[in-house]
Design a protein around this ligand. Structure first.
Ligand SMILES: C=C1C[C@]23C[C@H]1CC[C@H]2[C@]1(C)CCC[C@@](C)(C(=O)O)[C@H]1[C@@H]3C(=O)O
Ligand code: AKG
Ligand code: FE2
Length: 411
C-alpha cells in the first residue's frame, strides 16, 4: 500500500482524512454534542463562524461574476431523433470534453412536482433537530440526515444540512423504496413527503436515461449503450439546505469536488444562486434558470468514457442573508455492475488489436467499491478518481501477495 495521506492502509475499514481533515471518532461515528451545536451555528445572531467551518484560502477562492458557458440542451427534441438528437449530441460533446456541465430543458418534469420537492425539503429542514435526527446517517452509509457532516469530519465543515436516500427500480425491490424509507425512519406522517420524492426520483431516472442516450450518441457508441447500462441502476437523492452564513467569504456550503457517481441532475432553488464550476482557473456561477435542470458528469462516468469526458469540478457558496436549497439526483450503476468503457472507446486501437487492457485509463470497479471508498476511506474532492484507482491497485496487490503467501505456506 503506498504512503499517501488520502488512503487507509491494509484495506481495512478505518477511515482516514483528506489532508488533515480528520474524521471524528471513527469507532462510533456519533457526535451528539456537535450535532446539537449546529443549531447554535445557524443562529442568526452569531457574528462569526466557528473555526471548523473556515476553509483554507485556496479552496474558498473568490468567485467570478461571469456565468459559466454551458449549453442548454432540449432533451425532448433530442428524443425525437434526427436534427434534434444531432444538435443535442454536439452540445453535450463540447460541454463534457471541457468542464463537464450542461443544462437540460424540455424534460417534462411537472413544475408542481418540482415545487413540491423543493418546498418539502424546506419543510423538512425546519423541523426540530430531534425529529430530523430520527433519520440520522449511520456511520459508513451515504443515506440519512447529516448536519454539516460533524459526525464525519473535524475541519473544513460544509455550511449545510443534507437529507439523502436511495432510489432503485428493479423487480427485486419494492416499487415504493423512497416512501418506505420516509415512513420507516420518520413515521407514517411522512408518507406524503415520501410520495413526493418517490415521484420526483422516478422522473429524474427517466430523464437521466434519456440523457444517457444523448451521451451515447455524442461518444459514437449509440443510443442504447449507456441507457441499458444504467437501466437497472440506482441513485442517491439528496436534499441540500444551506442556511444564511455570517461570514460567507470564509465558508463553503459544499467544498470543491467532483461527484463520485456517474451523472448528477440538480434542481436549484429558483431565487438564490450558489453553484459554481471551476473553468480556466476561475470559479464561475451557474445561475438558476427557471425550468432547467443542471446536469454534470461524475467520476464514474469518466471511467465509463475511458477519460473522454471530464468530471465537473464544482462547489456551492453560501450567502449572508439568504438561505438556499437544491436537490441532487446522483445516478449510479447497479451496485455489482462492473464499470468498464465500451471497447470502441479504448485508446490507440487497443480493442481492434485485442489488447483491450492496454487502452484502459482506469481499472475495473463497481459502484459498491466507490461508495465504500468515499464513505469510509476518503472525503470526496477534486482528486477522488485518481485516489480511488490507486486504492484499488493497492488492494489488488495486497490480495495477490496474500494469495502468494498462502500458496508458499502450502508448498
Ligand atoms: C457518493 C456521494 C458522496 C457525496 C454524496 C454522494 C455524491 C456527492 C458526494 C459529496 C457531496 C462530494 C463533496 C463532499 C461530500 C462529503 C459532501 O459535502 O456532502 C460528498 C458526499 C458524501 O460523502 O456524503
Ligand atoms: O447545491 C449545489 O448547488 C451543489 C451541491 C453538490 O454539488 C452536491 O450535493 O454534490
Ligand atoms: Fe456535487
Amino acid at each position: 500500500m503506498p504512503e499517501n495521506p488520502h488512503l487507509s492502509s491494509g484495506g481495512s475499514d478505518q477511515p482516514v482524512g483528506t489532508d488533515g481533515v480528520l474524521p471524528v471518532s471513527p469507532a462510533d461515528g456519533k457526535n451528539d454534542g456537535a450535532v446539537a451545536a449546529i443549531e447554535l451555528c445557524w443562529d442568526q445572531r452569531q457574528q462569526k463562524i466557528p473555526d471548523p467551518f473556515v476553509w483554507p484560502q485556496s479552496d474558498a477562492l473568490a468567485s467570478s461574476e461571469r456565468e459559466l458557458d454551458a449549453p442548454v440542451v432540449h432533451i425532448g427534441a433530442a428524443m425525437r431523433g434526427g436534427a434534434g438528437m444531432r444538435r443535442a449530441a454536439e452540445q453535450v460533446a463540447a460541454a463534457c470534453a471541457s468542464h463537464g456541465l450542461f443544462q437540460v430543458t424540455g424534460h417534462g418534469l411537472d413544475p408542481a412536482l418540482a415545487r413540491a420537492a423543493l418546498d418539502g425539503a424546506a419543510g423538512f429542514f425546519r423541523l426540530p433537530l430531534a425529529t430530523k435526527q430520527r433519520a440520522r446517517r449511520a456511520p459508513g452509509n451515504v443515506t440519512g440526515y447529516a448536519a454539516a457532516h460533524v459526525d464525519r469530519f473535524t475541519a473544513n465543515l460544509p455550511w449545510k444540512e443534507t437529507l439523502s436516500f436511495a432510489h432503485r427500480t428493479s423487480a427485486a425491490v419494492s416499487q415504493q423504496v423512497v416512501i418506505d424509507y420516509f415512513t420507516s425512519v420518520l413515521g407514517s406522517d411522512y408518507q406524503p413527503l415520501g410520495a413526493v420524492y418517490q415521484d420526483y426520483c422516478e422522473a429524474m431516472k427517466r430523464v437521466s436515461l434519456e440523457i444517457m442516450e444523448v451521451i451515447g450518441v455524442s461518444l459514437g457508441v449509440g443510443r442504447s449503450c449507456y441507457r441499458d447500462f444504467f437501466a437497472d441502476g440506482g441513485a442517491i437523492m439528496r436534499c441540500n439546505y444551506y442556511p444564511p452564513c455570517p461570514e460567507p467569504e470564509r465558508a463553503l456550503g459544499t467544498g470543491p469536488h467532483c461527484d463520485p457517481s456517474a451523472l448528477t441532475l440538480l434542481l436549484q432553488d429558483s431565487a438564490v444562486d450558489g453553484l459554481q464550476v471551476l473553468a480556466n482557473g476561475e470559479w464561475r456561477p451557474v445561475r438558476p434558470r427557471p425550468g432547467a435542470l443542471v446536469v454534470n458528469i461524475g467520476d464514474t462516468f469518466v471511467a465509463l468514457s475511458n477519460g473522454r469526458y471530464r468530471s465537473c469540478l464544482h462547489r456551492a457558496v453560501v450567502h449572508r442573508e439568504r438561505e438556499r436549497r437544491s436537490l441532487a439526483f446522483f445516478l449510479c450503476p447497479r451496485d455489482d455492475r462492473v464499470v468498464r468503457p465500451p471497447p470502441r472507446l479504448l485508446d490507440g486501437g487497443a480493442a481492434a488489436s485485442g489488447q483491450e487492457e492496454e487502452g484502459r485509463r482506469y481499472p475495473d470497479f463497481t459502484w459498491a467499491d466507490m461508495a465504500r471508498f468515499t464513505q469510509r476511506h476518503y472525503r470526496a474532492d477534486a482528486r477522488t478518481l485518481d485516489a480511488f484507482a490507486r486504492w484499488l491497485g493497492a488492494a489488488a496487490t495486497s490480495a495477490s501477495q496474500s494469495q502468494d503467501e498462502a500458496a508458499e505456506e502450502t508448498v
